[in-house]
Write a protein that binds this ligand. Structure first.
Ligand code: ADP
Ligand code: MG
Length: 341
């Protein structure tokens, strides 16, 4: 795994060794050993220390693999709390596993650092491993280089063959459900970008900085849901992905949306609804399920102590219709996040 040897030999793309050492209290390999290598692999055949990690899924199982990158200046600011960054870099990846119904197994970490700041690394790795250990997800390799701060994680999950919660399996007549509350991440991000950040322990700020991947929900939905996606780019955009991949449309009952408590009680104005529907960073699961599973899904929400709310229906055709409490279509110009749009 890791850096191209030709680039390394020519020094291409790397800070010259002399310049790096002058600032660096520790070198690349000591950094890996001290902050990321925690000894022999437990959950996989071979972990950190060789050219590749070796992972063997159990018989009858498949690996679910996903990569998500956090770029400084794009996804977070340079002065972001490193412990939260460690959490979030892994959380957004685990959220993709949750959306497939996979159980976490292992991950790799590609890290570009302007300089090896020991305090930053201590905090970052503490946040990273606190979440990793909670989900028994083991760091099995990666790459470390000097460069503009960039965090890229690839996560490996495992699930029985044939039960993955795919985006292309929604069917007309399915109920549309969402877990937890939505909009908090967008609210906190909007405040931060406007220079009026929320307190770090505000529930919406916690949602933005330390999202909770819904792993247990995803696993429990393997035999209850037909399709699923995690909400990273806003409900409209992410529901749009399910609709496109499944070649269906959807109707969403705006009055049913479980908005974060910070938005106050309904009814909510159109501007609020537009922000919530277009905003990302909630990392809840949006899923479709046959109506006969309603009672089982409601019971599941009770046992997980996680709100599961029915917010609409999958319909034949295409497009997403937003409906008010009387079933009248509401024109709201909401769209999902697109880095290049
Ligand atoms: P290679 O040159 O073969 O790509 P490296 O010298 O980059 O390997 O890395 C040495 C070992 O440390 C490899 O097993 C690699 O997977 C692991 N590693 C490198 N960076 C990290 C990191 N940030 N976190 C975890 N493991 C890492
Ligand atoms: Mg390498």
């Amino acid at each position: 795994m890791g850096g191209a040897k030709s680039a390394r030999a020519t020094g291409g793309g790397r800070v010259p060794a002399g310049a790096r050492d002058a600032r660096a209290p520790i070198g690349e390999f000591e950094l890996i050993r001290r902050f990321f290598d925690r000894g022999p692999a437990r959950r996989v055949e071979l972990g950190i220390g060789d050219d590749c990690a070796l992972i063997a899924p159990r018989p009858g199982h498949v690996l679910a693999v996903s990569t998500d990158m956090l770029v400084c200046g794009r996804h977070f600011l340079a002065d972001a709390d490193p412990r939260s960054l460690g959490h979030k870099a892994l959380a957004v990846n685990l959220s993709d596993l949750a959306a497939m119904g996979a159980e976490p197994l292992a991950f790799t970490l590609a890290l570009a650092l302007p300089e090896p700041d020991v305090h930053w690394l201590e905090e970052f790795s503490a946040g990273l491993f606190a979440l990793a250990d909670r989900h028994r997800c083991e760091l099995v390799g990666g790459d470390t280089t000097a460069g503009p701060l960039n965090l890229s994680i690839t996560v490996f999950g495992e699930l029985p063959a044939g039960v993955a919660l795919r985006r292309d399996r929604a069917e007309p007549g399915d109920d549309l459900w969402v877990s937890g509350e939505i909009g908090g991440g967008a609210l906190a991000l909007g405040r931060r970008l406007a220079g009026r950040p929320l307190a770090p322990d505000d529930p919406s700020a916690v949602r933005l900085d330390r999202p909770e991947p819904r792993i247990a929900l995803g696993v429990a939905l393997r035999h209850l849901a037909r399709s699923a996606i995690d909400l990273s780019d806003g409900l409209i955009g992410d529901l749009g992905h399910i609709c496109e991949r499944s070649r269906v449309g959807a109707e969403v009952a705006l009055a049913e949306l479980p908005l974060a408590a910070a938005f106050g009680p309904p009814p909510h104005g159109r501007d609020t609804l537009r922000d919530v529907l277009s905003g990302g960073d909630d990392y809840e699961l949006l899923f479709s399920a046959a109506p006969e599973n309603r009672a089982a899904i409601a019971a599941l929400g009770g046992s997980l102590r996680l709100a599961l709310t029915r917010i609409g229906t999958i319909v034949a055709g295409e497009g997403i219709r937003l409906l008010d409490a009387r079933g009248t279509q509401v024109p709201i110009d909401a769209r999902g996040f697109d880095h290049f749009a």
